[in-house]
Design a protein around this ligand. Sequence first.
Ligand code: I3P
Length: 128
Amino acid sequence: SPDSDGGMTPELEKAGLLNKTKIAEGGRKLRKNWNLSWVVLVGNSLMFFKDPKTQSPEIWKPGNSCPESSVDLRGAKLNWANDLSSRKNVFKLRTVTGNEFLLQSETVSLISEWYTTIQKVIDKLDKD
Ligand code: I3P
């Protein structure tokens, strides 16, 4: 919907730090490599940035940083996945292209909010 700049700037839904690992690329299984990631949910996309603490601050000026990767949530599937990790509070996000990510937080309320918010976006896109 149109916003204050009169354009198509998608809405920022949520942003925060989560532990992340990619476990599949195009359906092909990958070796886990957990990293802290700055996760941003904007419009139809979930974007992953490097942990800001590991970057110089000037890179972190708004609009002046490039995501490490970006996930299109259209047709994506979200499932709790405590069976896929020794970590607690883990969910799996699977894209239509067969990319799979695990996202995790030590804080159950925090990961639950992410789960709910991402699922709402997926549901909204399903209705389009
Ligand atoms: C993996 C690493 C991951 C672990 C994974 C291990 O070993 O310890 O942290 O996942 O378990 O294989 P490596 O560093 O040698 O690749 P979790 O932390 O999510 O349990 P998995 O193979 O059972 O997925």
